[in-house]
Design a binder for this molecule. Structure first.
Ligand code: MRU
Length: 335
């Protein structure tokens, strides 16, 4: 990925520490944070200096390695990190991987490298969808939240096919949902701009209208947890986009690396939905826009039922959003 013209990753090993691009500062400032202690790693995940399901998992893996180097017992480190954010299954997946590691830093490095490979493969498998969407000569893709390289180590999930298409000379334009209350759409706009991919930020409520007007060819989103039967949990507001896409005949795909699949769950309704501080709704850029005394709520994710999902773009190919579809691609998880 390109950060101000230089090739970087969102998380980079620095001895027995890591450097991460501080997403709480983007897109207004490009700053790197050095995570040196277990507490630094837990805080970075909880306060969303790093975010996005795959990157949360990788940061937690390094958190375990750092904790062990500090002399913190493994179980204590895992307990602390597991409690940082409840919805992204990649966190639990990475912590389980670390439980069995002989050399913790080497295992965390492997998880990071694998993430790059998974996302690159998702890009290749999703590329034909973007090419196929360019019926008018231009592929107009709507995305929600940030499922780009900022949410992973490199490439991204939902944005990987877009980068691959852009590299292949396909004319792509991305409608970027603002994604209130945390405005992850601004992260998407920032990273697309770093690579010169044309895009437009829209208010979260604009997508349905654009779909009705025939201005969206394809919806492509990420996921924090997808059930073994294909229900897709992602950033709050994803479900509304899927409903609008369904009503307007717009294909709706989720990009799903296998560490984001919860093989223990059939029903998306069982996924724990993170409830974040109401202050994220009450304040915009430090200004109190919802007056004191007015109650606010802030559920951070929602579940799009599989009937609204056209397909799942995984590192092994595109599957229908069904238990059978996933089982064919991942037979090792067949029950
Ligand atoms: O709360 P966030 O910003 O961590 O939520 C991120 C998302 O919902 C992404 O779409 C998801 O993690 C997929 S990222 C490849």
């Amino acid at each position: 990925m390109k950060v101000e013209g230089a090739w970087r990753r969102t998380i980079e090993r620095d001895g027995h520490a890591v450097r991460v691009l501080d997403q709480a500062k983007l897109p207004y400032a490009v700053e790197w944070l050095r995570l040196v202690t277990l507490a630094d790693c837990a805080r970075a995940i909880r306060d969303m200096h790093v975010r996005g399901a795959p990157l949360i998992g990788v940061t937690a893996a390094y958190g375990v390695a750092i904790a062990l180097a500090e002399g913190t017992p493994l179980d204590e480190a895992i307990r602390l990190l597991a409690a940082t954010r409840p919805t992204a299954i990649n966190l639990r997946w990475a912590l389980e991987r670390m439980r069995g590691a002989n050399d913790a830093f080497a295992e965390a490095d492997r998880i990071a490298e694998e993430d790059v490979a998974l996302c690159g493969a998702i890009g290749e498998h999703g590329l034909p969808l973007v090419k196929g969407a360019a019926k008018t000569g231009r592929a107009r893709v709507l995305t929600h939240c940030n499922a780009g390289w900022l949410a992973t180590v490199d490439w991204g999930t939902a944005l990987a096919p877009i980068y691959k298409a852009h590299e292949a000379g396909v004319d792509v334009h991305v409608w970027v949902d603002e994604t209130r209350p945390r405005n992850q759409g601004l992260l998407t706009a920032w990273e697309l701009a770093q690579h010169g991919v044309p895009h437009t930020v829209i208010a979260d409520n604009a997508g349905g209208h654009l779909m009705q007007k025939g201005e969206v060819d394809l919806c492509l989103v990420g996921t924090d947890r997808t059930t073994r039967s294909g229900d897709v949990c992602n950033k709050i507001g994803t479900y509304l986009k899927a409903l609008a896409a369904h009503d307007n005949g717009v294909p709706f795909y989720a990009a799903v690396p296998s560490p984001s699949i919860d093989w223990t769950l059939d029903d998306g309704a069982a996924i724990p939905i993170e409830e974040r501080s109401g202050d994220e709704v009450r304040f915009i850029a430090g200004r109190e826009v919802v007056p004191p005394g007015i109650p606010v709520a802030n559920p951070a994710f929602d579940v799009t039922p599989r009937r609204l999902v056209t397909g799942l773009v995984t590192e092994r190919g595109v599957a229908p959003a069904t238990a059978d579809g996933l089982r064919v691609l991942f037979p090792e998880h067949a029950r």
